[in-house]
Design a protein around this ligand. Structure first.
Ligand SMILES: [Zn+2]
Length: 258
């Protein structure tokens, strides 16, 4: 009886991690970040790496402009796409991946408080759209409105997604000028910061600010990486500086390091 239980448990475990079931392939995310909320940069992290993130796309007007700017500066970013938009633009998803960027899930319809049943649809449908267009299963998730206390984020955590908030907001959802928006990012970064921006419909000013941000911060010696790359760098640094990292690590559900 006990043996049967063990075999069943292992079988369920294997099935749960089968990417074809809509679960994330977690191997690109270091183990300590899987199923965790990441809301702060790692304190004392010394490398001038930044993670630009773009939510609410893809958008046929804005996303290609952002991609071109990234390419020009040999920069990479993470795009948290909305599934119901992405399904109409598989070519944009392929362009994002072709540029060496990461695609994360930002749900299917951007709900604030979906039911548990809807939450499953929100995650599975978006993962399916991304996988169909690119062959890759998303491992990163950003909650709509940054809400982590709802059924959707809790499900994403149980599924093993790395759930990302941000450490710097460009405030590009507010009616500010392009220069203000750019300066919100340029004047504040520390190594390892995660920057919130938007490439969805209507965010033309963001596309104008991105080249300014890339130009200035590249000149200051920063490099722009995807979120899995940033986590891998954090993880490598943790292995070489275990004492520093343990001081800066919250042992509970999430990383609160700043
Ligand atoms: Zn959003």
């Amino acid at each position: 009886m006990k043996k049967t239980f063990v075999i069943l448990s292992v079988l369920i475990g294997v099935l749960a991690w089968n990417p074809s079931n809509g679960y994330p392939e977690a191997n690109r995310i270091p183990a300590q970040f899987r199923g965790k909320v990441i809301r702060s940069r790692v304190r004392y992290f010394p490398y001038k790496l930044l993670a630009l993130t773009f939510d609410d796309g893809p958008d046929p007007r804005n996303t290609p402009i952002v991609l071109n700017a990234l390419k020009k500066y040999n920069a990479h970013a993470t795009f948290f796409v909305i599934g119901s938009e992405a399904i109409h633009h598989p070519e944009l998803l392929r362009m994002i991946v072709a540029g060496g960027n990461e695609i994360g899930s930002h749900s299917y319809t951007h709900p604030a408080h979906p039911s548990p049943a809807q939450a499953i649809q929100e995650l599975d449908k978006t993962a399916a759209v991304i996988r169909k267009a690119t062959g890759e299963t998303p491992v990163c998730y950003r909650p709509p409105y940054g809400i982590i206390h709802n059924s959707l984020t809790q499900l994403a955590l149980r599924r093993g997604y790395a759930v990302f908030l941000w450490t710097i907001s460009s405030a590009d959802t507010r009616p500010v000028s392009v220069m203000t928006l750019a300066n919100n990012v340029i004047h504040t970064p520390n190594p390892g910061d995660i920057i919130l921006m938007h490439d969805g419909p209507g965010h033309i000013r963001t596309t104008q600010a991105v080249p300014i941000i890339l130009s200035q911060l590249t000149r200051m010696g920063f490099k722009f990486v995807t979120l899995p790359q940033l986590l891998q760098a954090w993880s490598a640094w943790e292995r070489s500086h275990p004492r520093d990292m343990s001081r800066s690590m919250d042992r509970s559900h999430s990383y609160r390091l700043r």
